[in-house]
Design a protein around this ligand. Structure first.
Ligand code: 13P
Length: 252
């Protein structure tokens, strides 16, 4: 199955507006020869509109938000709705990132609401999941991932799944410099496709993009992207440097 190749950059809580503008200008230039690769960047909320405006004429280069509210609108001080995000040019939302699950205690019910709101507003979703170190050590990582996927995806239809990408991000690899080996990534991605077959269909499993995230960088991207079931990466730290991010884009 010929799936899209995708590189997404999650800037997390980094950068300033000036740095964001420079970074995007540099990424635009350096990624010119890789128009067939889908590129998505996830800047912090305050820079979304500026970054989206800067990318509007680019081919296959999109902007997404790192989070959205589980509420649609109203008296929720400090929250940001999907409608607001869509109105400033966002086309994607990250849902289920381990930092949101762990630091902000987001649960499956909230993740479902966020995905529903995103899809209802014509935004695509990158749904993140992955086991913690303890779970890998005691060999419950497959069960953890199965639960994370089933608990949330079971409420969506196969048609809705068309607007959802998956990102396997083992928590022990995020920001640690310790990457999953290509064998570990491939093994989990193939397992995830079996879960999707079970929940939806063979066809859905064959076409859904599954990204790998967790200390993916300019040095190790090529061996990870060479795995049959790895369709690209969700990049944290290395997405804050245009050279590194574009090297990753060129790693397929
Ligand atoms: P790092 O690439 O910094 O490990 O972060 C991965 C990540 O969490 C992307 O969402």
């Amino acid at each position: 199955m010929n799936r899209k190749k995708i590189v997404a950059g999650n800037w997390k809580m980094n950068s300033t507006l000036d740095d964001a503008i420079d970074l995007v200008a540099s990424m635009k230039l350096k990624s010119k020869n890789f128009q067939e690769i889908e590129k998505i960047i996830f800047p912090p909320f305050p820079f979304l509109k500026t970054v989206a405006d800067n990318l509007i004429t680019e081919t296959n280069f999109f902007v997404g938000a790192q989070n959205c509210s589980e509420h649609l609108k109203g008296a929720y001080t400090g929250e940001v709705s999907v409608e607001m995000l869509s109105s400033v040019g966002c086309q994607y939302i990250l849902v289920g990132h381990s930092e949101r699950r762990h630091f902000f205690n987001e649960n499956d019910g909230q993740l479902i609401l966020k995905i529903q709101h995103a899809l209802n507003n014509n935004l695509k979703v990158i749904f993140c999941f992955g086991e913690q170190l303890e779970e890998r050590k005691n060999a419950t990582h497959f069960e953890t991932v199965k639960q994370q996927l089933e608990n949330v995806l079971k409420v969506f239809s196969e048609q809705q799944l068309d607007k959802i990408y998956l990102a396997y991000e083992p928590v022990w690899a995020i920001g640690t410099g310790e990457t999953a080996t290509p064998e570990q990534a491939q093994e989990m991605h193939a397992y995830v496709r079996r879960i999707i077959t079970h929940l939806f269909s063979n066809e859905a499993a064959g076409k859904i993009p599954i990204l790998y995230g967790g200390s993916c960088n300019a040095q190790n991207a090529a061996e990870l992207f060479a795995c049959a079931d790895v369709d690209g990466g969700l990049i944290g730290g290395a997405s804050l440097k245009a050279d590194d991010f574009c090297k990753i884009i060129s790693s397929f």
